[in-house]
Design a protein. Structure first.
Length: 687
DNA sequence: TTTAGGG
DNA sequence: CCCTAAA
């Protein structure tokens, strides 16, 4: 149920200047200290999406697993004498535990309603409006779209636009890319800035979307760096998606501040800081695997997960990744940005006849690939082909935020959306005469690119990586029967059925026209590395998610081909979903700790949570920590599902007891691991 | 890998 | 829950 009316912002692609990624440390600072910081990166955004979605979409398998009942007494008896069990003893414990105690079933099943949360759709249709949203949102969005002729908002940077849709007629909103002319030329040379999303009211009438001009370098408030933006922006009219059927995939984003979030929201802003380490660890945490496994064999699950990680489908569950961009560019007198580290190697084409290998991109790791040049030029100088990218277009984006959202959060959301698009791993597609050139082994000459007369027919596209960029959350088509809660129910729409899109060609500068200008109608590339955001468009234009590079002839400029820094796949990670312990789980934990004591979390895990794949011994340790804390605070201060006081009392007793035991053993290091004391005392806990 | 403890 | 030093 929609609790709030939301503003929905449609972002058509806009000129993509270098979109920086704040350093990790910066992000962390920003997250912790500046809630309104516009540097909040897209990772947070996506992580929030993922987390929210996951939370809302509990594992149906676990949720439905209500058959098991635990035999508390059996559990205790089985472990009664296992105060300090050896490995073999633990094996015995396990067997007895399994027989007598079953991991409490999940009870916190939740519906999959996502519409309460702001929906955020990143739709990579280059120049074509599209909507990716939940069905519920779609309805609302569609209604508003159909009725709302005003409130559109265009944010354009060269060939881009940002549209804002709102059902609220009383207000107007718009964004603008704030050209920062206050900075000197030196600033123009810097990369790493953002876009200043300014908002004002009553600026829009019922006509057309406000178009925002750009000049100089746009900035995003809060950014310390500047991105030089190309001048001479041209505008693209709003092209809206009026397809009521636009549904299937949603990208919920919680843009609220922490205080505004639903209590169960887990999409906290701490996500990104853990990305790096998670990237490293995701594959080495077998017990982190919470994938539901009917046979309870976590090892098998572990292996399957490992294998799954190598599988494309698995990668598609990875919603975001750590990205690092380096910017080192200079702008020439023409205002173009030159990336000296990326260029077509002349040697590859000097001797085209003998050049059996395709032109290779030489990439300086220190050079950003997002340096969208003002113009992309391809020309032939003898046998040497030089290219320059004129501009990249950011696919249109649709976001949805509550009306109560702050301007700052709105800015941040927009920034995140843009960053998410630009930060994804991209591939380069080459189009010639409207046909996609698929054979990488062909030479330019063989392909015809070296033909000067056909230069106008050459086009480049930035194609989001199918496994990483632009994660789209699919709410309506999540077909994972044994969905692992920790494995985000996130997928990239690879089927046209997932996302519907229409082109509203009501303007002379529609996206279609732009594409026409590019000299190509884009052929579908479904058969080759299906783009995660392939959109079915009824005009034949496909791969609309691609960022389009405009080619222009330029006889002066050095060839430059922007290329995105390719993040390592191993950096992809997803924060585990928060799954509060149920009372049954707490009870199981308490019993296990009563028996085994604190400090033996692995044993506790094996003993009481062996079948709970998503509970690691670290989790259990953490839970015990919180339980002790909870037991010590007043009931009024406690949050979440109330834990029976009886359990909390036991927690305190067990905790004090085992703390005492630890102290004793520290004073008696010579003593055996406490079998005698333990068994005697532990028996007190076995009622 | 586990434990322990801070974040 | 995450992260990580230390064992």
């Amino acid at each position: 149920m929609v609790l709030q009316r939301r503003l929905e912002y449609g972002f058509n692609g806009y000129q993509a200047p270098a979109m920086p990624r704040a350093s990790r440390s910066t992000r962390r600072r920003a997250k912790f200290h500046r809630a309104e910081d516009n540097q909040k990166c897209a990772f947070d955004l996506l992580a929030t999406v993922a987390g929210k979605l996951l939370q809302e979409k509990e594992d149906p398998t676990l949720s439905s697993d209500t058959s098991s009942e635990k035999d508390q007494c059996g559990f205790v008896k089985g472990c009664q004498n296992a105060n300090k069990p050896t490995k073999s003893e633990l094996s015995d414990e396990r067997s007895c535990d399994k027989k007598s105690f079953s991991y409490p079933s999940q009870t916190n099943d939740k519906n999959c309603c996502l519409k309460e949360f702001p929906n955020f759709a990143i739709d990579g249709h280059a120049g074509i409006a599209s909507t990716v949203t939940s069905s519920s949102s779609v309805e609302r969005l569609s209604e508003e779209k159909l009725v709302d002729g005003n409130r559109h908002f265009n944010m354009e940077n060269v060939t881009s636009e940002v549209k804002l849709y709102s059902s609220d007629y009383s207000k107007g909103s718009h964004f603008k890319l704030d050209g920062d002319t206050s900075k000197g030329k030196d600033e123009l040379h810097k990369f790493g800035s953002g876009i200043d999303m300014c908002s004002s009211e009553n600026l829009l009438d019922e006509n057309p979307p406000a178009l925002i001009s750009l000049g100089g370098n746009a900035k995003l408030s809060g950014y310390t760096d500047r991105i030089p933006l190309s001048k001479g922006c041209d505008y693209v009219p709003v092209v809206r998606d009026d397809d009521e059927n636009s549904s299937g995939c949603i990208h919920p984003i919680n843009t609220k501040t922490k205080s505004c979030r639903p209590k169960t929201c887990i999409g906290d802003n701490r996500i990104s800081k853990r990305l790096a380490s998670n990237f490293r660890k995701v594959a080495e945490k077998p017990k982190d695997d919470t994938r539901s496994n009917s046979d309870g064999d976590w090892k098998r699950t572990y292996h399957s997960k490992r294998n799954c990680n190598k599988h494309p489908n698995s990668q598609m569950n990875i919603p975001f990744k750590k990205r690092k961009f380096y910017y080192s560019s200079v702008s020439n007198n023409n205002g173009f940005i030159r990336s000296s580290g990326i260029y077509y190697s002349p040697e590859n084409c000097m001797n085209q006849d003998a050049c059996g290998s395709p032109p290779r991109m030489h990439k300086d790791p220190g050079i950003s690939s997002l340096e969208a040049c003002h113009h992309q030029t391809l020309r032939c100088r003898g046998s040497q082909v030089k290219l320059r990218i004129k501009s990249f277009r950011v696919p249109e984006l649709f976001i949805e935020v509550p009306e109560t959202a702050t301007i700052g959060s709105l800015k941040r959301t927009v920034m995140d959306a843009v960053t998410a698009v630009l930060g994804g791993e991209l591939h380069i597609g080459v189009f010639l005469q409207g046909k996609k050139v698929r054979d990488d082994s062909k030479t330019l000459l063989q392909t015809g690119i070296s033909n000067y007369n056909q230069m106008d027919a050459l086009g480049f596209t930035l194609e989001p990586n199918s496994s990483q960029s632009l994660p789209i959350v699919c709410a309506a088509h999540c077909s994972r029967p044994s969905a692992d809660i920790t494995q985000p129910v996130i997928r990239y729409p690879s089927s046209p059925a997932v996302i519907h899109q229409k082109i509203q060609g009501n303007s002379d500068m529609s996206s279609e026209h732009q594409v026409t200008i590019l000299g190509s109608h884009f052929e579908s590339d479904h058969d080759s590395a299906p783009s995660p955001i392939n959109i079915s468009v009824d005009n034949g234009m496909k791969d609309s998610k691609e960022l389009v590079a405009v080619l222009e002839m330029d006889k002066e400029e050095l060839a430059m081909v922007p290329v995105l820094h390719k993040p390592k796949r191993s950096e992809v990670v997803q924060r585990r979903i928060r799954r509060p312990f149920s009372v049954d789980e707490v009870e199981a934990l308490v019993q296990a700790v009563e028996k085994l004591g604190t400090g033996r979390w692995r044993d506790v895990k094996i003993c009481a949570f062996d079948n709970a794949k998503h509970r690691t011994y670290v989790d259990l340790k953490d839970k015990w920590k919180t339980l002790v804390h909870t037991a010590r605070i007043s009931p009024q201060q406690r949050r979440g599902e109330p834990v029976p006081q009886e359990l909390l009392d036991r927690v305190l007793v067990a905790h004090s007891f085992w703390s005492q035991q630890q102290t004793k053993q520290q004073h008696k290091p010579h003593r055996e691991s406490g079998h005698v004391d333990g068994s005697v005392l532990v028996s007190d806990f076995c009622y």
